[in-house]
Design a protein around this ligand. Structure first.
Ligand code: CP
Length: 318
C-alpha cells in the first residue's frame, strides 16, 4: 500500500479487516514493526477519535506519532499551484509538504471540504497536493469527499457483529442536522460497502439529497425510510448536505430522526454512527442508549483499522 485515501488503496478489504481483528485480539503482536519510524498527524480540522485512535495504533506498532493542529497552531496553507499569495495564506503546500516528508516517514492528513465549491472539493486538491509534494506515504484522516479509516472501521464492526450465514441488509439513512455537513462519511461508507460486495445495501434520504453516483452506484436508493428499514440488520445514521446544489440544507424534517419505534420494523438492527452525534437531532437518546446501538464498539474499532493500515504503509517505508 503506497497511500491510503480511498477504497482503491485496499487491494483486499477482507484481508485488511481480518488483520485489524487480529490486532484487536493482540494489539502488540507487531510492536517492533514501526521502531525508529515517525508519523506526523496533520490536522487542518478538529478531531477526537481519528487523532487519538491513530496515535494509539502507531504506539502499538512501536512508531512515534506527533500531532500538528495546523488549523489552530500553524501557518495557513496555500494549495493552488501558481497562486499569488497576497491574501491570508502564508505557506504553500509545495514548500511545507517536502519538509514534513523529511521530518516524518508517514503523514496523516485531515482536510475537510469548503462546501462552497463542489469542483474544488471533489478534485481532492488538498490531499493530492500533500501526496504530490511530501514524498512519503499519506493516509487520509478524512478528506474533502471521503473518510476511508472510518469506512474500514465500519466494515470491521459489521464483520465482527454479524454471525449469520447470509448477507446482512445494511441501510444508510440520512438524518437531520442543524449545520451543513460534508458528504464524506456517507460517500465513503457507500464506496466501501459497494466494493466489499457482501451485503444487500440500501440508501435512504429525502428528495434532493442524492449523493455522487460515483460512490453510490450498486446500492438501492429510496426516499421511503420506512420501506428501506424493513428487515435491516444494520442501520448507519448520518447527515449530509446536498450534493447537486452543493453544500445546502433543504430539509431538516425531524421525522427523519431514527427512533426505537422505527427500529421495530427492522431485524433487531444494530445502529451505527461515526460520531460525533447531535443527540435528539440526528439520533434519539432512546436509540443511542439502547441495546441496538453499537457506536462505542464502532468508535473503539478505529484503533484497529488505523493499525492495520499503518502496518501496510510501513511495508513501503525504508
Ligand atoms: N468519526 C470521526 O472521524 O471522529 P473525529 O472527527 O472525532 O475524529
Amino acid at each position: 500500500m503506497k497511500n491510503f485515501i480511498s477504497v482503491h488503496d485496499a487491494h483486499d478489504i477482507n484481508a485488511l479487516v481480518h488483520k485489524a481483528l487480529a490486532y484487536k485480539a493482540d494489539p502488540l503482536r507487531d510492536k517492533a514493526l514501526g521502531a525508529n519510524k515517525r508519523i506526523g498527524l496533520i490536522f487542518l480540522n478538529p478531531s477526537m477519535r481519528t487523532r487519538l485512535s491513530t496515535q494509539i495504533a502507531a504506539a502499538n506498532l512501536g512508531m512515534e506519532a506527533i500531532v500538528f493542529n495546523v488549523g489552530q497552531e500553524g501557518w495557513t496553507f496555500e494549495f493552488e499551484d501558481e497562486a499569488i499569495m497576497s491574501g491570508n495564506t502564508v505557506e504553500h503546500v509545495k514548500d511545507a509538504a517536502p519538509i514534513l516528508g523529511r521530518y516524518f516517514d508517514v503523514l496523516g492528513i485531515r482536510t475537510f471540504p469548503s462546501l462552497q465549491n463542489k469542483a474544488d472539493d471533489y478534485s481532492e486538491l488538498y490531499i493530492k497536493q500533500f501526496i504530490k509534494y511530501a514524498g512519503v506515504p499519506v493516509v487520509s484522516l478524512e478528506s474533502a469527499t471521503l473518510h476511508p479509516l472510518q469506512s474500514l472501521t465500519d466494515i470491521i464492526t459489521i464483520t465482527e457483529t454479524f454471525k449469520e450465514h447470509r448477507r446482512p441488509k445494511i441501510v444508510l439513512t440520512w438524518a437531520p442536522h442543524v449545520k451543513a455537513l460534508p458528504q464524506c462519511v456517507a460517500n465513503s461508507f457507500a464506496q466501501w460497502i459497494n466494493a466489499w460486495g457482501h451485503a444487500d445495501f440500501v440508501i435512504t434520504h429525502p428528495e434532493d439529497y442524492e449523493l455522487d453516483p460515483a460512490f453510490t452506484k450498486g446500492a438501492a436508493i429510496t426516499h421511503d425510510q420506512d420501506y428501506a428499514l424493513r428487515d435491516a440488520d444494520f442501520v448507519y445514521v448520518k447527515n449530509w448536505s446536498t450534493y447537486a446544489d452543493y453544500g445546502r440544507i433543504y430539509c431538516n424534517d425531524p421525522e427523519w430522526m431514527l427512533t426505537t419505534e422505527k427500529l421495530l420494523n427492522t431485524n433487531h438492527a444494530k445502529v451505527m454512527h461515526c460520531l460525533p452525534v447531535r443527540r435528539n437531532v440526528e439520533l434519539s437518546d432512546e436509540v443511542l442508549d439502547s441495546f441496538n446501538s453499537i457506536v462505542t464498539q464502532q468508535a473503539s474499532n478505529r484503533t484497529w483499522a488505523a493499525q492495520a493500515v499503518l502496518s501496510e504503509l510501513l511495508a513501503n517505508v525504508k
